[in-house]
Design a protein around this ligand. Structure first.
Ligand SMILES: *Cc1c(COP(=O)(O)O)cnc(C)c1O
Length: 429
């Protein structure tokens, strides 16, 4: 068949966009060529409902091997006792956990969405806010940080069955030990959704949730630098502390409840090509180079944050412990939407984001969120972060001046050309 140039020409344009721009979206990264090779492999052709060794289809001997490798490597990476690598995404991983441990109408408690939480932690537009009763904790207005005493009082009042920690825009580390003690006091299970910082946690640069949380979910495509997908883990097989049952009313180990909540609970056939790519990415993350990469991600974020502060920007909580930062643009008389739209004109991608106690709508917002995983993969270092902040600051000052923006765009393209991307790959068209 003739090659579909209509599609591959568009893919080539997307590739050039990634190569020529500055990618500062905190949830994005660039995977290695071998991760892409696995994703684009013949594994996509195989149906494999069930788990390795227990499938509903024949011919699974090789996808069993890659899936077992993914599970083994993931357990080693996080020191987990149990893992399921089949969730199609982070949202699917959370859906499976909730299906396994909650009944419709049960109370859940998560990080406030308008403070940087995730839709799947109880948003009214998401299944989690429709099927369950969502309650929230947030950050303090002054400090931009969680006050765990207030969180505890809130949990005692609301009595959640599931306490969820983790967020999409919180630049500080989490006190998992304290959260577990709160969960124990109210009889809740504790879920850590480490979608954003999972690569930094795997590199042992942040607190370890695995020791304290009953269940841990994550995406695989953010700081972990794997293919798009989700995972569920347990640090110990926590033996079902509350006697939860399967649909037949039988008390089963938590691992069995979680496995069956993924399939057949919320998914059909697993994406075995993505699972093979997960195995590759987990193998990469086990190498010492990945830990140096993660350390650089944090150093870069801290250098970037310091430069923004120096230039008079208001960072929520004043800085960052991880790969991301959230900037309240109100002191610069800008909205998140204006910032995002201005920066895209100079080939810098960020996303507008609600800030805690925002007075604007989610479509406008008062903030922007930035992160350093992608630029760190390109090999940029602290001094480059200072340069990036200068380019951003200058663009925002010149937002009404198209000529100045065109000039900055040229500067951005020249700057990034010193950090080659996809050098090891073949052309896509
Ligand atoms: C990104 C993210 C998710 C969802 O991941 P998808 O793969 O986009 O479904 C879930 N939880 C948190 C905290 C996230 O940041």
């Amino acid at each position: 068949m003739k090659r579909d140039t209509q599609v591959f020409d568009i893919i080539e344009k997307e590739k050039q966009r990634q190569v020529n721009g500055l990618e500062l979206i905190a949830s994005e990264n660039f995977v290695s060529q071998q991760v892409m090779d696995a994703m684009g492999s013949v594994m996509t052709n195989k149906y494999a409902e069930g788990l390795p060794g227990k499938r509903y289809y024949g011919g699974c001997e090789f996808v069993d091997q890659t899936e077992n490798l993914a599970i083994q490597r993931l357990k080693e990476l996080f020191g987990a006792a149990w893992a399921n690598v089949q969730p199609h995404s982070g949202a699917q991983a959370n859906a499976a956990v909730m299906l396994a441990v909650l009944k419709p109408g049960d109370t859940i408690m998560g990080f406030d969405l308008s403070h940087g939480g995730h839709l799947t932690h109880g948003s009214p537009v998401n299944y989690s806010g429709k099927l369950y009763r969502p309650t929230f904790y947030g950050v303090e207005k002054e400090s931009g940080r969680i006050d765990y005493d207030k969180l505890e009082a809130n949990a005692k009042k609301e009595q959640p069955k599931l306490l969820i920690c983790g967020a999409s825009a919180y630049s500080r580390d989490w006190d998992y030990e304290r959260l577990r003690s709160i969960a124990d006091q109210v009889g809740a299970l504790l879920l850590a959704d480490i979608s954003h910082p999972s690569g930094l946690i795997a590199s042992k640069l942040l607190e370890d949730p695995m020791k304290h949380c009953h269940i841990v979910t994550s995406t695989t495509h953010k700081t972990l630098r794997g293919p798009r997908g989700g995972i569920i883990m347990m640090g110990q097989d926590f033996e079902n502390p509350f006697g939860l049952t399967n649909p037949k009313g039988q008390i089963r180990p938590m691992s069995a409840l979680l496995d069956s909540a993924v399939f057949p609970g919320t998914q059909g056939g697993p994406l075995e090509h993505v699972i093979a790519a997960k195995a590759v990415a987990f193998g990469e993350a086990l190498q010492p180079e990945f830990r140096s990469y993660s350390a650089q991600v944090i150093k870069n974020a801290q250098a970037m944050a310091a430069e923004f502060v120096k230039r008079g920007y208001h960072l929520i909580s004043g800085g960052t412990d991880n790969h991301s930062m959230l900037i309240d643009l109100r002191s610069k008389n800008l909205t998140g939407k204006e910032a995002e739209n201005t920066l895209i004109q100079v080939d810098i991608t960020v996303n507008k984001n609600m800030v805690p106690f925002d007075d604007k709508s989610p479509f406008v917002t008062s903030g922007m969120r930035l992160g350093t995983p992608a630029v760190s993969t390109r090999g940029m270092r602290e001094s480059d972060m200072v340069k990036i902040v200068e380019l951003i600051d200058e663009s925002l000052k010149q937002k009404e001046n198209p000529d100045a923006l065109a000039e900055i765009k040229g500067e951005v393209n020249r700057f990034v050309s010193a950090f080659p991307l996809f050098a090891e790959s073949v052309a896509t068209s």
